[in-house]
Write a protein that binds this ligand. Sequence first.
Ligand code: GDP
Ligand code: IMO
Ligand code: MG
Length: 422
Amino acid sequence: MAADVIIGAQWGDEGKGKIVDALSEKYDVIVRYQGGNNAGHTVIIGKEKFILHLLPSGIFHKNKINIIGNGVVIDVNGLVTEINELKSKGIKISPKNLIISENANIVLSCHKQIDIAREGKKKIGTTGRGIGPAYIDKYARIGIRMRDIFDDDILKEKIKETLFEKNFILKNLYNYSEITEEEIYNEIVNHRKFLKPFITDVVYEINNLFKKGKKILFEGAQGVLLDVDFGTYPYVTSSNPSVGGVLTGSGIDYKALKRVFGVSKAYQTRVGNGPFPSEMDEQTAEKTRQRGGEFGATTGRPRRCGWLDLVALKYACILNGITDLIITKLDVLSIFNEVKAVTHYIYKGKKTDKFISDSYELSKCIPVFKTFKGWKTDLSNIKKYKDLPLNVKKYLEFIKKFIGVKISFVSTGPERNQILKV
Ligand code: GDP
Ligand code: IMO
Ligand code: MG
């Protein structure tokens, strides 16, 4: 009887979707606990490629319960579209295998507009999905929650309240046109009949499932370095992808948590702005980007590429009590004669092995690299860990020793079965 967590140990896009899908077989329940449709989790099954934004990546397996917890912010139109698209491809989705917290907050079109307008002033490089403004409303206690959408009087009152300040901001600060209450009402009301059967009290559901002995897997979105509290602030998202978010974003009994899997690429990427000490020169980055398909699953933006930052990875492990590492995209590094990883920084003229989450300070850190011999071997058809080239194993062994956390799985390609147990 246990609940495990999968979190991104970098700046997102580590391959969490693929890993959750691959490991889902061993679990009964898969739970998203934070973020919204800023996430893009890719799952490849045979010739079909799926990108999930709000639905848990366990949705492709039969007889699993998928949960969207209270910590997630939901774009209702996005969610309904995602469900319908999957259904049209033959994936079964019903209240039997998907439940949504009545306390999850809703992302409205005015949140997206403010997100985009703010980007004109302060460029975080957000996904433009309204995530920050929706979380702001949640904490300002003026958010609209899933439970509020079924009663016309409550819904209309809440819309009025939320638009009161937003229209002032849009019109006077950003010169955008105002949004009417009807517009917001219409974007929600069209979907409420569809959504009603999915909405429930997740606190009782999830704890009952746990008590019944069901195995639960939590699926983080984004990554530890994008955490609003622990990431490279202010270049972060507005939620807690870190393990703390699991408790506040789902209501699970803390005693349930057992293993925390930290997913990390064998190198490093970042979308959007912010410091990136191990960033590659543009030529090397472009090679990696092309070989690794490093383009955003949500926005299509090219991802910035760098070498694995072990200082940052160790920080992610300490912060989250990561019990197991999962290293993805090893196959991508096969193009290089040499592979590098950051082991220290030089900060204010001194060597340090501490990650500094403040963006300004981190941008002053000069990375110190260790170089490894490459393997120049196609890894995509290797079926057993023991059959990996020696130089891959040496690289992995170094990571394990440096971080002090075991590596439980490695991923050698985007497909479901391209995962090796260590
Ligand atoms: P997530 O947000 O963490 O779920 O990751 P994304 O789906 O945004 O990005 C990961 C990308 O890498 C996707 O295109 C995956 O299909 C792909 N991928 C995952 N694991 C591997 C791997 O081991 N090798 C390769 N080549 N691609 C992978
Ligand atoms: P998954 O779950 C990578 C980044 C954005 C931007 C910052 C803030 O697929 O790993 P936001 O729209 O959240 O306010 O943007 O966070 N970002 C991600 N980067 N993967 C993600 O999700 C991300 N979600 C947000 O690029 O830098
Ligand atoms: Mg992604």
